[in-house]
Design a protein around this ligand. Structure first.
Ligand SMILES: NC(=O)c1ccc[n+]([C@@H]2O[C@H](COP(=O)([O-])OP(=O)(O)OC[C@H]3O[C@@H](n4cnc5c(N)ncnc54)[C@H](O)[C@@H]3O)[C@@H](O)[C@H]2O)c1
Length: 255
C-alpha cells in the first residue's frame, strides 16, 4: 500500500529513542522529510545519521516539548526551512511510578508538563501552521494506561487519559481547518523507557513475565509494531478518521 508520505514534512517528538526513533525511521523510509525533536542530542543525531546515510531526509531539533518558548521557536524554524508542516506525532513522554498514597508533587509537575502540556503546546503551534494550508494530521501517543487504572502509576495513567481527551477535543476544534487528530494507545512495548523501569525492580525477569502474561497475546510489543500504527493514522488512507483511539496493546484492554 502506498501511504503517500513522499516529501511530507513530519515532526516527531521524542524521536531519539524507542517508539519515536522507530517511527522516524519508518516515516523516512516512506519518503517523509522527518523533523526529529528531542532533548537527547546524542541519540537523536544517531537516528539522523541512520536516516540520511540510507538516503532519507531528516533534521534534528533540540527542544523540550514542555517549554512554550522552545516549541514556538522550533515550529517557526521548521516553517522557515520547509514552508509547511503536514504531520505532527506527539510521542515524547516520561514515566513515573507511584500510587495515590506515594506520588510526589515534583513527579506530578514534570509528568504533566511533558506528557500533557507538551502535547498541547506542540499541537497548538503545529496546528496554527497547518491551518494556513487547510491540511494537517496529528497523531498522539497515549497508552493503555490512559484507558484502565494500572496499579502504582497514577500520575502517568492520568497524563495518558488526558492525551486521549486532548485528542478528542483537538479533533473537534481542528476539523474545520482540515486537520485530523487521532491517537494510539500502545501496550507495554520493549523500549528504553520500559527497560529502565524494569531495571528498578528487585526481580526484573519476573515483572517482565507478569507484564507479558497480563495480555492475551502473551508478549510485549515492539517499537516497530507501534510505529506501523502511527504511520497508518498519519496517512491519508484513513482520511475519514478523526478523534479515533486505537489500542495496540496485545489485547490488554480487551479482557
Ligand atoms: N514503551 C511503552 O511500553 C509505552 C507504552 C505506552 C505508551 N508509551 C508512550 O510512548 C511514548 C514513547 O515511549 P518510549 O517507550 O519510546 O520512551 P523512551 O523513553 O524510550 O523515549 C522517549 C523519548 O522522549 C524524549 N523526551 C522525554 N522528555 C522530553 C521532552 N520534555 N522534550 C523532548 N523530548 C523528550 C526522550 O529523550 C526519549 O528520547 C511515550 O509517550 C510513552 O509514554 C510507551
Amino acid at each position: 500500500m502506498d501511504l503517500k508520505l513522499k516529501d511530507k514534512v513530519a515532526i516527531i517528538t521524542g524521536a531519539s529513542l524507542g517508539i519515536g526513533a522507530e517511527t522516524a525511521l519508518l516515516f523516512a523510509q516512506e519518503g517523509a522529510c522527518v523533523v526529529l525533536v528531542d532533548l537527547d542530542e546524542v541519540n537523536g543525531k544517531a537516528v539522523l545519521e541512520k536516516i540520511t546515510s540510507s538516503g532519507g531526509s531528516a533534521t534534528f531539533l533540540k527542544i523540550d516539548v514542555a517549554s512554550e518558548g522552545e516549541v514556538k521557536s522550533g515550529i517557526h524554524s521548521v516553517m522557515e526551512k520547509f514552508g509547511r508542516i503536514d504531520i505532527l506525532v506527539n510521542n515524547a513522554g516520561i514515566y513515573r511510578k507511584g500510587d495515590v498514597l506515594s506520588f510526589s508533587e515534583d513527579d506530578f509537575s514534570r509528568v504533566i508538563s511533558v506528557n500533557v502540556k507538551g502535547v498541547l503546546l506542540c499541537s497548538k503551534y503545529a496546528a496554527l501552521a497547518m491551518k494556513e494550508r487547510n491540511y494537517g494530521v496529528i497523531v498522539n501517543v497515549a497508552s493503555e494506561a490512559g484507558i484502565v487504572g494500572i496499579k502504582n502509576q497514577i500520575v502517568y495513567n492520568l497524563s495518558k487519559a488526558a492525551v486521549i481527551s486532548i485528542t478528542k477535543s483537538c479533533a473537534v476544534d481542528l476539523a474545520p481547518y482540515g486537520i485530523r487528530v487521532n491517537c494510539v494507545c500502545p501496550g507495554t512495548t520493549f523500549t528504553p523507557l520500559v527497560e529502565k523501569a524494569l531495571s528498578r525492580e528487585s526481580d526484573p525477569v519476573a515483572v517482565r513475565r507478569e507484564l507479558e502474561s497480563s495480555r492475551p497475546l502473551n508478549r510485549l510489543g515492539t517499537p516497530s509494531e507501534i510505529a506501523s500504527a502511527i504511520l497508518f493514522l498519519a496517512s491519508d488512507t484513513v482520511s475519514y478518521a478523526t478523534g479515533a483511539v486505537l489500542s495496540i496493546d496485545g489485547g490488554y484492554t480487551a479482557w
